[in-house]
Design a protein around this ligand. Structure first.
Ligand code: ASP
Ligand code: MG
Length: 459
């Protein structure tokens, strides 16, 4: 039977009460052969990064203080789970794991050096701890639960801090090391975020990487579903902190989800989407504390009637307008232009071309001075910082007549500095001043999404 992947984020396993709730959901899912993938508890990963940074700066006392706080938090959560005290093997694991963490930090402090490789070895402790505690708890509750070290399965290359998964290897290893622990009535518990190289060196997939892990495991095992359990009822039409009227989206196309994620929607890590899309596995986003509530199903094909599915935005970004002293159409200009970005390893986001100039957006932390220097040898450059990209996303955008009129009407006095429609035609992106970002989202939401909704369309 195809297992079900259930991934729980840091907020879902933040303390004993949260873990009990997760255990309840896992127990209910036992017939579906669950593979549970956990993040580190609460903000543990942040704390581990902070301790590592403190050690690198030579502040060992601060680093060790950070470890102490983590020991207290993990031990007190564990004590809240086991009425008659911690099982001996868990107690020993916690002592050893924190002992090792302390050694690593002492080494970093001694050398004043924190390589990405060491950083990964330190950061991995968060997920190792949360999964050990949780698996022990499931067993104490009488479940047939196996703890699996994700590093035995999630093979990556040696790009520490951002390991690139080797899907072929992961598949083979998942069948060998994970599948035997899976089946109806049993549960396997493993870590999100972490992996290992072929040589057994610990790597991570990058911050927020647990969703990615869940999708990779799901694809490798041909899961029936990958469930991302978090603290929202699915994906919303916009960030509710900015647009209080944001609505849950019941069904979202993979392409739309990928666009939203890439444009800063908080729910999913962009890379999460890919392994699941390729394996055609539905991904659902659900609320851990309200399991009976609304949720979003992300699948490859959605046939709903709405023209705009959701809005997202990202800022600050910087807009560069590059004008050739000669005509833009002159062959080779764009090649020279992008060669500069390639050389400086700056990724370009939106592009819009006019007759004699090209406008493009780059991240706010791009090396502007170096770009300016290298570009100005053959073009003039104008730089506008503190801009934001507002993305209007929907599979039916291109088929919706009159959308442009509604969009411009809604924005009215808000100046649109750049417009770009992706080749996939599901994302219409606008660049506005960052001070206009939120107001633009609210107006577009009212004009393009709430109106549809009132007319009875999806969502
Ligand atoms: N614990 C890791 C982080 O905080 C991975 C994750 O939660 O997805 O980045
Ligand atoms: Mg997370």
């Amino acid at each position: 039977m195809n297992p079900r992947v259930m991934k729980f984020g840091g907020s879902s396993v933040a303390d004993a009460a949260c873990m009990r709730q997760v255990a309840t959901l896992v127990r209910e899912a036992l017939p579906a052969a669950p593979l549970v993938v956990l993040s580190a508890m609460g903000k543990t990963t942040n704390a581990l990064f902070a301790a590592a940074k403190a050690a690198e700066a030579g502040d060992l006392p601060a680093a060790l203080e950070g470890v102490k706080a983590l020991i207290r938090a993990h031990r007190s959560s564990a004590e809240g789970l086991f009425a008659t005290g911690l099982p001996e093997d868990l107690d020993r694991f916690l002592t050893e794991a924190f002992g090792q963490l302390e050694l690593f930090l002492r080494g970093v402090a001694l050398l004043h050096e924190l390589s990405p490789r060491t950083q990964d070895a330190i950061a991995a402790h968060g997920e190792l701890l949360s999964t050990r505690i949780f698996a022990a708890f499931l067993r104490s509750e009488g479940l047939d639960a196996t703890w699996v070290d994700a590093r035995q399965v999630l093979r990556t290359d040696a790009t520490f801090g951002e390991g690139q998964p080797q899907t072929g290897r992961i598949k083979a290893l998942a069948l060998e090391k994970l599948l035997p622990s899976l089946g109806p009535g049993r549960v396997a518990v493993t870590q999100g975020y972490i992996g290992a190289t072929e040589d057994g060196l610990t790597t991570t997939l990058g911050r927020g990487g647990s969703d990615y892990s869940a999708a990779l495991f799901g694809a490798a095992l041909r899961a029936s579903e990958v469930q991302i359990w978090t603290d929202v009822e699915g994906v919303l039409t916009c960030d509710p902190r900015i647009v209080p009227n944001a609505l849950p989206i019941p069904e979202l196309a993979f392409d739309e989800a990928a666009e939203l994620a890439a444009f800063g929607a908080k729910v999913l890590h962009p890379a999460t989407i890919q392994p699941a899309v390729e394996a055609d596995i539905p991904v659902t986003v659900r609320h851990t504390q309200r399991p009976g509530g609304r949720f979003t199903t992300i699948t490859s094909h959605v046939s709903s009637g709405r023209s705009v599915t959701a809005l997202a935005s990202r800022g600050p970004v910087t807009v560069l307008t590059v004008a050739s002293s000669r005509m833009l159409a002159q062959s080779g200009f764009l090649a020279r232009l992008f060669e500069v970005f390639g050389r400086l390893k700056v990724s370009v986001d939106l592009i819009a071309t006019a007759e004699v100039s090209v406008s493009l957006t780059v991240d706010a932390d791009a090396p502007l001075q170096a770009l300016q220097e290298q570009l100005s040898s053959f073009a003039s450059v104008n730089i506008h910082e503190d801009r934001a990209i507002v993305a209007v996303v929907g599979e039916r955008l291109k088929k919706t007549a009159g959308l442009g009129g509604r969009l411009f009407g809604a924005l009215n006095d808000i100046n649109i500095e750049m417009i770009s429609m992706g080749a996939n035609e599901i994302n219409l992106s606008l660049v506005v001043r960052r001070s206009d970002e939120h107001e633009a989202l609210r107006r577009l939401h009212a004009a393009l999404i709430e109106t549809d909704h009132l007319k009875g369309g999806q969502p």
